[in-house]
Design a protein around this ligand. Structure first.
Ligand code: KG4
Ligand code: ZN
Length: 337
């Protein structure tokens, strides 16, 4: 069985093809819109939608060519249909629905965060081993900071999430006020890694929010950094100290909550994924955790294909209704329907 998966939840047009018999990833195409967004200093939702319209058909073509097959060979389509930028999601969902309908094949709309959650399984397509269940898993991206108890391949419980900004959003905004340009998260990571000392990292005691149990909050940190940046003329050493100290505050919040969840639930295996899990300092300080390869942490469609393949293997892949529509919301957590 060949599954073609599409992800257009943010600013990357992603297409992957997986063969469930041989358990191999046949194609994994990621077309980034980073060049189109640079001049805006961030993701503009309308621009992302228009970029997807241009890039997605080309990405599908490229994936089929790499997998050495045609659209007619695809048995099942999968697409991220929540959460994300609604206009961007609509492009991927409409494309997949149209293709599946025309070819009289089923399609399944999947949760993008759930796909991130199971990204450690991607190594199994390369003959590797995924960490054994259960996991305490943290999905840290530009739009989400969510903590889960993952009991098995298709069974997980949401434990908590951010009350305001995501960790990636904090990285991007802090990097932006420090003049690092776009995308600021990876730039801040590299700059601090290459230039900061331990004393730079401890220079400012930025606030780490005291949220209840497994929740997070990063908006206060963002404000504290902006206030500090505005205080004095910005010399380069001070900018570096602010960047390094702010990163420590973000990572302290993440590591503390993950470790608390692990101890409280008696689940030693920790997994961290999502774009922020590419961060080199995070990987160094949360030493005990499993981090998927960086290309599996950032947005990709291979993780969506993997989620569909795992559900199929468990007999739990259900076709979605043609009337199912995308949603900007994640649909988990007590405040979500
Ligand atoms: O998972 P992802 O690719 O897309 C979303 O679903 O949001 O995550 C993107 C986020 C951005 O906020 C980006 O700045 C952040 O992940 N990011 C990083 C690093 N690489 C990506 N943040 C800190 N350090 C990095 N190395
Ligand atoms: Zn993502």
């Amino acid at each position: 069985m060949k599954i073609l998966a599409v992800d257009t939840s943010c600013d990357e047009s992603c297409v992957a093809i997986v063969d469930t018999q041989s358990w191999r990833l046949l194609a994994d195409v990621v077309h980034s819109h980073v060049d189109a967004m640079k001049r805006f200093g961030g993701v503009v939702p309308e621009v992302a939608s228009r970029e997807h319209l241009k890039a997605l058909p080309l990405a599908v073509e490229q994936a089929l060519e790499t997998a050495n097959c045609s659209l007619q060979d695809i048995d099942w389509f999968a697409v991220s249909d929540r959460p994300g930028l609604i206009g961007a999601l609509l492009v991927g969902v409409s494309y997949v629905k149209a293709a599946a309908f025309a070819l009289e094949k089923p399609y399944t709309g999947l949760n993008h965060i759930e796909a991130h959650l199971y990204s450690p399984l991607l190594s199994t397509f390369e003959g590797g081993q995924a960490p054994a269940f259960p996991w305490i898993a943290l999905v840290v991206s530009g739009g989400h900071t969510e903590l889960f108890h993952v009991k098995n391949e298709c069974e997980y419980e949401w434990l908590g999430g951010t009350l305001d900004d995501a960790a990636g959003e904090a990285y991007d905004k802090i990097g932006k006020v420090l003049g690092l340009g776009y995308p600021a998260g990876p730039k801040l990571d590299r700059w601090v890694r290459e230039s900061a000392t331990d004393s730079d990292r401890n220079k400012f005691a930025f606030p780490v929010a005291r949220t209840s149990e497994f929740d997070f909050s990063f908006s206060g940190l963002k404000t504290a950094v902006s206030v500090e940046v505005g205080k004095q003329r910005m010399s380069d050493p001070r900018r570096l100290q602010i960047a390094a100290s702010a990163q420590e505050a973000i990572l302290e919040a993440l590591c503390t909550k993950v470790r608390e969840a692990s101890a409280k639930l008696g689940v030693p295996q920790i997994v961290a994924t999502g774009g922020v899990a590419c961060n080199s300092r995070f990987r160094a300080v949360l030493r005990e955790a499993h981090f998927p390869a960086p290309r599996h942490c950032t947005d990709n469609a291979a993780m969506v294909a993997a989620l569909a393949a795992v559900r199929l293997r468990q007999g739990k892949l259900a076709p979605s209704e043609w009337t199912q529509t995308p949603s900007p919301r994640a649909d988990f957590g007590p405040t979500l329907s």
